[in-house]
Design a protein around this ligand. Sequence first.
Ligand SMILES: *Cc1c(COP(=O)(O)O)cnc(C)c1O
Ligand SMILES: [Zn+2]
Length: 372
Amino acid sequence: MYTKYFICEHCSKRFGLDAFMKEYKGFACPRCGRMLEITYDYERILANFMPAQFRHMPPTHMKYYFALPLKNPHKAVTLGEGGTPLVNIGENAYVKFEGVNPTGSFKDRGSSVEISKAVELGKKEVVCASTGNMGASISAYASKAGVKAIIFTPEFAEKIKLKQMKYYGAKVIKCGRTYSDALIKSIKYAKLNNAYLTGDYPYRLEGQKTVAYEIADQFNCNAPDNIIIPVGNGTLFYATYKAFKEMKLLGIINKMPKLIAVQARGCAPVVNAFRKNRKLRKIKNPETIAGAINCDNPVEGENALLAIKKTRGDAIAVSDDEMIKAKKMLARKGIYAEISSAAAYAAYEKMRIRIKGTAVMVITGIGFKDRN
Ligand SMILES: *Cc1c(COP(=O)(O)O)cnc(C)c1O
Ligand SMILES: [Zn+2]
């Protein structure tokens, strides 16, 4: 393991990984409240890194263990996540199809790391707040590891996702109107019951990075010009940024892609903040059929904004109708996408003339779980 410490990118305060986890009270910086992130000893990775060997291994989640915070990759809790196809859908446009992961979304990459960590720490119970896909994913990985899972969901969570969680054996608790309501409940539960708090926190973010490592790998150690990503809490978006930053440090790639954030018009806190050049504001009455990106107060929102600015990317909102249309259009190309994921294609259609070079849309989940 090449990890060094937790750092707050905002105030630069550092914390020892193990010491912090022993008495942990969530993963926010105790000084300023921003989410902490994990850093690595990149020089040590470089000293052990063998580019030739790297090129000969097919892309899978665990191939990038050097950039994962796991003590022993052989003991990782895995269901074979990652290694998803990069599909050319015409001209310079590609789809990274994350819907074919074991539980139907990219969340499995993060769950593999979070549940492995919970097991490392000897935890017997994990808790999570989720609009559906993360809960389903955590439930599956918890069951694989023999750990109990408690999932708090807002009322709007799709029935079929709740059913999936229950099949995996999780205890599902419906509470509150918004994602934030469920989030607060999950944090309280973790504190009271000494359960491992999973969700949009530093260990998940590390797991989610591997989608970006795979994209670069599938482009033969190059970055595409643009990557379009649906944004809910912003964890996938910021993880992608962090991964490309790391790959540049490690000499795997030599330029950064532009990162383009997509949100639903009825819940677009990151897009609003970016367009108006101001701080993130919580959305009062979020409304969209895209449940997986219906996050009124994104946990990694400020970091997502940072990633857009640093890569000279962009942020765009799309309507529910545009997403439904995009789901149909993608299906006609053979890609069955969840509505929240189809947002990436809706954005691509809207921005097409402005986008230069190659564009990868991350299709975050499979289309079977939607009502539409
Ligand atoms: C979770 C999820 C998202 C949003 O990801 P964040 O990391 O919360 O920004 C987008 N699409 C699907 C299908 C998801 O499950
Ligand atoms: Zn801080």
